[in-house]
Design a protein around this ligand. Structure first.
Ligand code: A3P
Length: 319
Protein backbone atom coordinates (compact mmCIF):
# COMPACT_ATOMS: atom_id res chain seq x y z
CA UNK A 1 0.00 0.00 0.00
CA UNK A 2 1.51 3.32 -0.98
CA UNK A 3 0.30 6.92 -1.06
CA UNK A 4 2.73 7.93 -3.80
CA UNK A 5 1.02 9.11 -6.99
CA UNK A 6 2.24 8.00 -10.41
CA UNK A 7 3.36 11.57 -11.25
CA UNK A 8 5.44 11.91 -8.06
CA UNK A 9 6.90 8.48 -8.65
CA UNK A 10 7.89 9.49 -12.18
CA UNK A 11 9.57 12.67 -10.88
CA UNK A 12 11.51 10.80 -8.18
CA UNK A 13 12.51 7.98 -10.55
CA UNK A 14 13.93 10.59 -12.95
CA UNK A 15 15.94 12.20 -10.17
CA UNK A 16 17.13 8.77 -8.99
CA UNK A 17 18.25 7.88 -12.53
CA UNK A 18 20.74 10.79 -12.41
CA UNK A 19 22.42 9.60 -9.18
CA UNK A 20 25.80 7.93 -8.93
CA UNK A 21 25.34 4.15 -9.01
CA UNK A 22 27.47 1.28 -7.75
CA UNK A 23 26.97 -2.47 -7.87
CA UNK A 24 25.30 -3.54 -4.69
CA UNK A 25 25.16 -6.86 -2.91
CA UNK A 26 23.41 -8.57 -5.81
CA UNK A 27 22.86 -7.88 -9.52
CA UNK A 28 19.30 -6.68 -8.97
CA UNK A 29 20.23 -4.56 -5.93
CA UNK A 30 22.41 -1.74 -7.16
CA UNK A 31 22.98 1.14 -4.79
CA UNK A 32 22.78 4.84 -5.56
CA UNK A 33 24.30 7.72 -3.67
CA UNK A 34 21.82 10.27 -2.38
CA UNK A 35 23.00 13.13 -0.17
CA UNK A 36 25.92 11.17 1.27
CA UNK A 37 24.16 7.82 1.81
CA UNK A 38 23.73 4.66 -0.28
CA UNK A 39 20.19 3.59 -1.08
CA UNK A 40 18.43 0.86 -2.95
CA UNK A 41 16.38 2.82 -5.49
CA UNK A 42 13.15 1.15 -4.36
CA UNK A 43 13.55 2.63 -0.85
CA UNK A 44 14.50 6.01 -2.20
CA UNK A 45 11.36 7.17 -3.98
CA UNK A 46 9.38 6.71 -0.76
CA UNK A 47 12.06 8.61 1.16
CA UNK A 48 11.87 11.49 -1.29
CA UNK A 49 8.09 11.48 -1.10
CA UNK A 50 8.20 11.55 2.72
CA UNK A 51 10.65 14.47 2.60
CA UNK A 52 8.25 16.40 0.38
CA UNK A 53 4.95 15.43 1.96
CA UNK A 54 5.19 13.95 5.43
CA UNK A 55 3.69 16.34 7.97
CA UNK A 56 4.70 15.35 11.48
CA UNK A 57 2.61 16.24 14.52
CA UNK A 58 4.58 17.36 17.61
CA UNK A 59 3.32 14.31 19.51
CA UNK A 60 4.56 11.85 16.87
CA UNK A 61 7.44 9.62 17.92
CA UNK A 62 9.90 8.10 15.46
CA UNK A 63 11.73 4.80 15.86
CA UNK A 64 14.85 5.20 13.76
CA UNK A 65 17.60 2.73 12.97
CA UNK A 66 19.92 1.54 10.25
CA UNK A 67 18.87 -1.82 8.80
CA UNK A 68 19.18 -5.01 10.84
CA UNK A 69 19.89 -3.46 14.21
CA UNK A 70 16.77 -4.84 15.88
CA UNK A 71 13.98 -2.53 14.80
CA UNK A 72 11.44 -5.39 14.66
CA UNK A 73 12.04 -5.84 18.39
CA UNK A 74 11.99 -2.11 19.09
CA UNK A 75 8.73 -1.77 17.17
CA UNK A 76 7.14 -4.63 19.09
CA UNK A 77 8.21 -3.32 22.49
CA UNK A 78 7.20 0.25 21.64
CA UNK A 79 3.84 -0.86 20.31
CA UNK A 80 3.17 -3.03 23.35
CA UNK A 81 4.20 -0.20 25.72
CA UNK A 82 2.16 2.47 23.94
CA UNK A 83 -1.01 0.38 23.60
CA UNK A 84 -0.96 -1.41 26.96
CA UNK A 85 -4.06 0.49 28.04
CA UNK A 86 -5.97 -0.90 25.05
CA UNK A 87 -4.66 -4.42 24.79
CA UNK A 88 -3.22 -7.18 26.86
CA UNK A 89 -1.22 -10.15 25.62
CA UNK A 90 -4.30 -12.07 24.55
CA UNK A 91 -5.76 -9.23 22.46
CA UNK A 92 -2.63 -7.52 21.12
CA UNK A 93 -2.58 -6.98 17.33
CA UNK A 94 1.04 -8.18 17.56
CA UNK A 95 -0.46 -11.66 17.78
CA UNK A 96 -1.81 -11.50 14.25
CA UNK A 97 0.06 -8.67 12.49
CA UNK A 98 3.79 -8.63 11.77
CA UNK A 99 5.40 -5.84 13.89
CA UNK A 100 6.32 -3.96 10.70
CA UNK A 101 2.64 -3.55 9.86
CA UNK A 102 1.84 -2.30 13.37
CA UNK A 103 4.28 0.62 13.04
CA UNK A 104 4.79 1.76 9.43
CA UNK A 105 8.04 2.84 7.79
CA UNK A 106 8.02 6.44 6.53
CA UNK A 107 10.02 5.67 3.44
CA UNK A 108 7.64 2.99 2.22
CA UNK A 109 5.01 5.70 1.74
CA UNK A 110 2.65 3.65 3.88
CA UNK A 111 2.10 5.99 6.76
CA UNK A 112 -1.62 6.48 6.63
CA UNK A 113 -2.53 2.96 5.63
CA UNK A 114 -0.90 0.92 8.36
CA UNK A 115 -2.95 -1.82 9.85
CA UNK A 116 -3.88 -1.74 13.50
CA UNK A 117 -4.89 1.22 15.64
CA UNK A 118 -3.73 4.79 14.92
CA UNK A 119 -0.92 5.43 17.37
CA UNK A 120 1.60 8.26 17.02
CA UNK A 121 4.51 5.92 16.31
CA UNK A 122 6.41 5.76 13.04
CA UNK A 123 9.60 4.02 11.99
CA UNK A 124 12.35 5.01 9.61
CA UNK A 125 15.72 3.81 8.36
CA UNK A 126 16.51 7.29 7.06
CA UNK A 127 19.71 8.97 8.23
CA UNK A 128 19.12 11.90 10.59
CA UNK A 129 19.98 14.50 7.95
CA UNK A 130 17.41 13.03 5.54
CA UNK A 131 14.42 12.88 7.87
CA UNK A 132 11.48 14.99 6.66
CA UNK A 133 12.04 18.54 7.91
CA UNK A 134 8.73 18.71 9.76
CA UNK A 135 9.94 15.99 12.17
CA UNK A 136 12.76 18.23 13.33
CA UNK A 137 10.77 21.48 13.13
CA UNK A 138 7.95 19.99 15.21
CA UNK A 139 10.42 18.91 17.90
CA UNK A 140 9.30 15.28 17.63
CA UNK A 141 10.89 12.67 19.85
CA UNK A 142 13.13 10.08 18.23
CA UNK A 143 14.35 6.72 19.50
CA UNK A 144 17.49 5.56 17.72
CA UNK A 145 18.62 1.94 17.86
CA UNK A 146 22.07 0.78 16.78
CA UNK A 147 23.99 -2.45 17.08
CA UNK A 148 27.50 -3.86 16.90
CA UNK A 149 28.48 -3.40 13.23
CA UNK A 150 29.73 -6.99 12.83
CA UNK A 151 26.41 -8.51 13.93
CA UNK A 152 24.54 -5.89 11.92
CA UNK A 153 26.49 -6.82 8.80
CA UNK A 154 25.97 -10.56 9.25
CA UNK A 155 22.28 -10.05 9.90
CA UNK A 156 21.97 -7.90 6.75
CA UNK A 157 23.74 -10.40 4.53
CA UNK A 158 21.39 -13.17 5.60
CA UNK A 159 18.36 -10.91 5.27
CA UNK A 160 19.05 -9.88 1.69
CA UNK A 161 19.51 -13.54 0.83
CA UNK A 162 15.88 -14.07 1.85
CA UNK A 163 14.33 -11.25 -0.18
CA UNK A 164 12.54 -12.84 -3.11
CA UNK A 165 12.48 -10.84 -6.33
CA UNK A 166 9.23 -10.73 -8.27
CA UNK A 167 11.11 -11.17 -11.52
CA UNK A 168 13.86 -13.59 -10.73
CA UNK A 169 16.99 -12.71 -12.67
CA UNK A 170 20.37 -14.27 -13.01
CA UNK A 171 22.63 -14.19 -9.99
CA UNK A 172 21.90 -14.10 -6.29
CA UNK A 173 23.56 -12.37 -3.43
CA UNK A 174 27.32 -11.77 -3.55
CA UNK A 175 29.46 -13.90 -1.23
CA UNK A 176 29.73 -12.84 2.40
CA UNK A 177 33.38 -11.85 1.75
CA UNK A 178 32.41 -9.57 -1.15
CA UNK A 179 29.53 -8.05 0.79
CA UNK A 180 31.93 -7.44 3.69
CA UNK A 181 34.30 -5.51 1.42
CA UNK A 182 31.39 -3.35 0.27
CA UNK A 183 30.15 -2.80 3.84
CA UNK A 184 33.65 -1.72 4.92
CA UNK A 185 33.63 0.86 2.11
CA UNK A 186 30.30 2.16 3.34
CA UNK A 187 28.40 0.48 0.50
CA UNK A 188 25.36 -0.99 2.18
CA UNK A 189 21.69 -0.11 2.30
CA UNK A 190 21.45 3.25 4.16
CA UNK A 191 25.23 3.15 4.63
CA UNK A 192 27.89 4.11 5.47
CA UNK A 193 26.75 2.47 8.71
CA UNK A 194 29.06 4.64 10.86
CA UNK A 195 27.69 7.84 9.31
CA UNK A 196 24.15 6.69 10.07
CA UNK A 197 24.99 6.02 13.70
CA UNK A 198 27.07 9.17 14.13
CA UNK A 199 24.34 11.45 12.77
CA UNK A 200 21.88 10.37 15.47
CA UNK A 201 24.54 10.05 18.17
CA UNK A 202 25.67 13.66 17.76
CA UNK A 203 22.09 14.90 17.74
CA UNK A 204 21.31 12.86 20.87
CA UNK A 205 24.11 14.69 22.67
CA UNK A 206 22.69 18.05 21.55
CA UNK A 207 19.07 17.21 22.35
CA UNK A 208 18.99 14.35 24.88
CA UNK A 209 15.38 15.18 25.81
CA UNK A 210 14.31 14.53 22.20
CA UNK A 211 16.57 11.69 21.10
CA UNK A 212 16.87 8.47 23.05
CA UNK A 213 19.93 6.57 21.85
CA UNK A 214 19.82 2.81 22.43
CA UNK A 215 22.02 -0.17 21.61
CA UNK A 216 20.74 -3.67 20.78
CA UNK A 217 23.30 -5.07 23.19
CA UNK A 218 21.93 -2.95 26.08
CA UNK A 219 18.39 -3.99 25.17
CA UNK A 220 19.51 -7.62 25.33
CA UNK A 221 21.51 -7.33 28.54
CA UNK A 222 19.03 -5.22 30.48
CA UNK A 223 15.71 -5.35 28.67
CA UNK A 224 13.79 -4.20 31.74
CA UNK A 225 15.77 -0.97 32.10
CA UNK A 226 15.32 -0.23 28.38
CA UNK A 227 11.59 -0.94 28.45
CA UNK A 228 11.15 1.41 31.42
CA UNK A 229 13.28 4.03 29.70
CA UNK A 230 11.13 3.76 26.58
CA UNK A 231 7.90 4.13 28.56
CA UNK A 232 9.25 7.24 30.31
CA UNK A 233 10.43 8.67 27.01
CA UNK A 234 6.94 8.07 25.53
CA UNK A 235 5.51 9.97 28.55
CA UNK A 236 3.69 6.87 29.77
CA UNK A 237 5.90 5.52 32.57
CA UNK A 238 4.85 2.32 34.30
CA UNK A 239 3.01 2.94 37.56
CA UNK A 240 3.97 1.06 40.70
CA UNK A 241 0.71 -0.80 40.35
CA UNK A 242 1.62 -1.89 36.82
CA UNK A 243 5.03 -3.00 37.97
CA UNK A 244 3.47 -4.94 40.81
CA UNK A 245 1.14 -6.67 38.38
CA UNK A 246 4.11 -7.76 36.27
CA UNK A 247 3.12 -5.71 33.20
CA UNK A 248 6.75 -4.83 32.41
CA UNK A 249 7.84 -8.47 32.57
CA UNK A 250 4.79 -9.49 30.56
CA UNK A 251 5.69 -7.10 27.73
CA UNK A 252 9.30 -8.28 27.74
CA UNK A 253 8.24 -11.91 27.55
CA UNK A 254 5.63 -11.29 24.89
CA UNK A 255 8.12 -9.39 22.69
CA UNK A 256 10.95 -11.84 23.22
CA UNK A 257 12.53 -13.47 20.19
CA UNK A 258 11.25 -16.86 21.31
CA UNK A 259 7.65 -15.75 21.61
CA UNK A 260 7.37 -13.48 18.56
CA UNK A 261 9.24 -15.80 16.23
CA UNK A 262 6.89 -18.65 17.15
CA UNK A 263 3.65 -16.80 16.43
CA UNK A 264 1.90 -18.08 13.30
CA UNK A 265 1.93 -14.67 11.59
CA UNK A 266 5.70 -14.42 11.97
CA UNK A 267 6.33 -18.06 11.06
CA UNK A 268 4.21 -18.38 7.94
CA UNK A 269 3.03 -14.88 6.90
CA UNK A 270 4.64 -12.83 4.17
CA UNK A 271 4.80 -9.19 3.15
CA UNK A 272 4.46 -8.11 -0.44
CA UNK A 273 6.90 -5.30 -1.24
CA UNK A 274 7.25 -3.07 -4.26
CA UNK A 275 9.88 -5.21 -5.95
CA UNK A 276 9.31 -8.57 -4.39
CA UNK A 277 8.12 -10.28 -1.27
CA UNK A 278 9.53 -11.27 2.03
CA UNK A 279 8.52 -13.99 4.42
CA UNK A 280 7.91 -12.56 7.89
CA UNK A 281 10.21 -15.22 9.31
CA UNK A 282 13.11 -13.34 7.66
CA UNK A 283 12.85 -10.74 10.43
CA UNK A 284 13.63 -13.40 13.02
CA UNK A 285 16.90 -15.22 12.49
CA UNK A 286 18.80 -15.81 15.74
CA UNK A 287 18.52 -12.66 17.82
CA UNK A 288 21.87 -13.20 19.52
CA UNK A 289 24.85 -11.03 20.34
CA UNK A 290 28.12 -12.13 18.72
CA UNK A 291 26.77 -14.42 15.99
CA UNK A 292 29.26 -12.73 13.64
CA UNK A 293 31.87 -15.16 14.96
CA UNK A 294 30.10 -17.98 13.14
CA UNK A 295 30.36 -16.18 9.80
CA UNK A 296 33.39 -13.85 9.78
CA UNK A 297 37.01 -14.53 10.61
CA UNK A 298 38.62 -12.87 13.62
CA UNK A 299 40.64 -10.74 11.15
CA UNK A 300 37.51 -9.51 9.42
CA UNK A 301 36.00 -8.65 12.79
CA UNK A 302 39.10 -6.74 13.85
CA UNK A 303 39.15 -4.88 10.55
CA UNK A 304 35.59 -3.65 10.92
CA UNK A 305 36.21 -2.76 14.57
CA UNK A 306 39.19 -0.66 13.48
CA UNK A 307 37.18 1.12 10.83
CA UNK A 308 34.44 1.93 13.34
CA UNK A 309 36.96 3.07 15.93
CA UNK A 310 38.58 5.40 13.46
CA UNK A 311 35.28 6.80 12.21
CA UNK A 312 33.84 7.27 15.71
CA UNK A 313 37.04 8.63 17.27
CA UNK A 314 36.40 11.66 19.45
CA UNK A 315 32.61 11.18 19.35
CA UNK A 316 32.39 9.49 22.77
CA UNK A 317 30.60 6.52 21.18
CA UNK A 318 32.05 3.05 20.90
CA UNK A 319 30.92 -0.52 20.36
P1 A3P B 1 19.95 -11.62 13.60
O1 A3P B 1 19.92 -11.65 12.12
O2 A3P B 1 21.33 -11.37 14.14
O3 A3P B 1 19.31 -12.78 14.23
P2 A3P B 1 15.73 -5.65 12.19
O4 A3P B 1 14.55 -5.95 13.05
O5 A3P B 1 16.23 -4.26 12.37
O6 A3P B 1 15.51 -6.05 10.80
O7 A3P B 1 16.91 -6.54 12.79
C1 A3P B 1 16.82 -7.92 12.72
C2 A3P B 1 17.62 -8.56 13.82
O8 A3P B 1 16.90 -8.48 15.05
C3 A3P B 1 17.83 -10.03 13.53
O9 A3P B 1 19.10 -10.34 14.08
C4 A3P B 1 16.67 -10.65 14.31
O10 A3P B 1 16.83 -12.02 14.60
C5 A3P B 1 16.67 -9.80 15.55
N1 A3P B 1 15.39 -9.83 16.27
C6 A3P B 1 14.15 -9.85 15.73
N2 A3P B 1 13.23 -9.89 16.70
C7 A3P B 1 13.88 -9.91 17.88
C8 A3P B 1 13.46 -9.96 19.24
N3 A3P B 1 12.18 -10.01 19.57
N4 A3P B 1 14.42 -9.95 20.20
C9 A3P B 1 15.73 -9.90 19.87
N5 A3P B 1 16.19 -9.85 18.60
C10 A3P B 1 15.27 -9.85 17.61
Amino acid sequence: ASNITTESLQKYREEISTLLKEDGWSPFFHLCLYKGFWFHPFFLDGAMYAQDHFQAQPSDIFLCSAMKTGCTWLKSLSFAIATRGQYDESTSPLRTIVPHDCIPFLEYGEYSTAEGPRIPLFASHLPYTLLPKSIIDSGCKIVYLCRDPKDTFVSMWHFFGKLKNKKPREGGLVSIEEAFELFCKGLSSYGPYWEHVLGYWKESLERPDKILFLKYEDMTNDTEACVKKLAEFFDCPFSLEEERKGIVQGIIKFCSFENLSNLDVNKTGKQVKKDGFLENSAYFRKGKIGDWRNHLTAEMGARLDNIMEEKLRGSGLNF
